[in-house]
Design a protein around this ligand. Structure first.
Ligand SMILES: Cc1cc2nc3c(=O)[nH]c(=O)nc-3n(C[C@H](O)[C@H](O)[C@H](O)COP(=O)(O)O)c2cc1C
Length: 451
């Protein structure tokens, strides 16, 4: 915890279901409205009413086809398919809000950095500096095939490419246009002073980009950088580049060990460890009373689709759960998909020798993050404990039903957190980075830092 108040992100996806499998069937769930602009506008207004820092959009570019070596389960049960593009709903959401941030997931594996730097600068302009970029390297083999490769690149190569990719973006965002390059001098007929727009002349192993950047400086230049890599190489990458980290660990020990490790690595990379912000995921189930919350939880639990959960986890881990006996223990494996998902279920929970059945049950609501069930006071107690005692900076609120999980949280838990002075009553002015970190630019020691 590096601030007096916690920061909240809504963890969602421009799809029917994200990390909960089967609850689109719950009465009143509106997940199918993900195709409507009005739905996303409602979500944005609701999140801003609740003082959220940002809406975070996950994204994948392939189908979950590891389970049973087939895409059928994923398609039949809406496992992150169908899914629309996350970036394109951001301007609509920004236009109905004033302060809420938007964290979009984009992969560095399949696009060119010049192209992505331009898209993200555009969004930073259109949101008045409320953009964050969740940097991922992608894990689905099916995405690699869709995007022109014969097979998924191995992890080392993905992260090496991601490091170089970001260096190109930093050069375009930070070095190309001087702050006062645009002069708009109508009398002289000069829009931009060419002396103040520079080539970047980036020459790397994978990318050669002369520049200049095509966009004039956006409010943040470099968007706030989120990351969730959790393998050894992923952590090294995060320690160098991330400003905020999504932590996906089912236990307090897992979160503590991740936070300590990342802070140590950031220090080794020449950064101030306190410059990093940590956001574990939680799936809240809240009701006016404990009994109401428990009844909701029971209902949600009944709607969990086990096969769909295993199809989702199978994609995360690149492991075909259909071949395993439900009572078989889930062994630790090394994977080229999300190593962190494997570790979360097999390494940081030594006291839980989980079987396939138990893993499916645990992950059915909110994947590898804990579910917090209770009255507003009970849920707030739990969040306060994590914030004050475990030392996290806030939470990634995962949805079980939509927009019900968010609405319950905003109507019931947010007032309780505000009462305890743990959450802002009103937004501070400024860009997303200014609100989250109290600074305009990436800090000392960060590779995007200039001067
Ligand atoms: C909480 C969390 C959220 C993630 N969200 C996405 C996502 O939306 N899209 C994606 O392609 N990868 C996502 N990932 C995957 C990673 O960012 C990373 O690319 C992947 O974990 C492989 O690296 P690793 O083995 O170092 O974890 C997520 C991982 C975690 C832990």
């Amino acid at each position: 915890m590096t601030d007096d108040r916690m920061h909240l992100n809504l963890f969602t996806m421009n799809a029917v279901e994200h990390v909960t499998a089967g609850n689109w069937r719950t009465a009143g769930d509106q997940s199918h409205r993900y195709t409507d602009t009005e739905y996303w506008e409602e979500v944005a207004r609701l999140a801003e009413r609740g003082g959220f820092e940002a809406v975070f959009f996950a994204d994948v570019r392939g189908v979950y086809d590891v389970y049973g070596d087939s895409r059928d389960t994923a398609i039949e049960k809406a496992v992150q398919t169908p899914a629309n593009d996350p970036e394109l709903v951001v301007p609509a959401m920004a236009s109905v809000t004033d302060h809420l941030g938007f964290a979009v997931t984009r992969s560095t594996t399949y696009v060119h950095p010049y192209q992505l730097a331009r898209e993200l600068s555009t969004l930073d302009h259109l949101t008045d500096g409320r953009l964050a970029f969740n940097v991922v390297t992608s894990y689905l083999e099916s995405a690699a095939e869709n995007l022109g490769l014969d097979e998924r690149m191995d992890r080392e190569e993905r992260y090496d490419r991601a490091d170089e990719f970001l260096d190109v973006c930093y050069a375009l965002w930070e070095d190309s246009w001087e702050d006062d390059a645009v002069v708009r001098d109508a009398d002289a007929g000069v829009y931009t002073d060419p002396e103040k727009v520079h080539a970047v002349d980036f020459e790397g192993e994978r990318f050669s980009v002369p520049g200049p950047h095509s966009c004039e400086p956006s409010p943040q230049r470099t968007p706030v950088l989120f990351q969730a890599g959790s393998s050894d190489r992923g952590r090294e990458f995060a320690a160098r580049n991330a400003e905020a980290l999504f932590v996906s660990q089912p236990t307090e020990e897992g979160v503590r060990s991740y936070v300590d490790d990342l802070r140590d690595r950031a220090e080794d990379a020449g950064r101030d460890p306190d410059d990093l912000r940590f956001f574990p995921g939680i799936a809240p189930v809240v009701g006016e009373t404990e009994a109401v919350a428990q009844a909701k939880y029971d209902r949600y639990r009944k709607n969990v689709d086990t096969e769909a959960t295993l199809a989702l986890l199978g994609g995360f881990m690149d492991l075909d759960f259909s071949e395993l006996d439900p009572d078989q223990r889930v062994e630790h494996i090394e994977t080229d998909a999300i190593q962190g998902a494997v570790n979360a279920l097999t390494k940081h929970v030594p006291e839980r020798d989980w079987t396939v059945r138990e893993v499916a049950k645990f992950c059915g609501l909110g994947s590898t993050s804990p579910v917090v069930v209770g009255s507003p006071e009970q849920v707030a107690d739990e969040l306060q404990h994590w914030f004050e005692d475990v030392g996290v900076d806030g939470f990634n609120v995962k949805e079980i039903v939509r927009p019900g999980t968010l609405r319950d949280f905003v109507d019931l838990v947010v007032p309780e957190l505000r009462e305890r002075d743990l959450l802002r009553e009103e937004y501070e002015d400024g860009t997303l980075r200014e609100r989250m970190f109290g600074r305009r630019r990436p800090p000392e020691g960060h590779p995007a830092k200039r001067e």
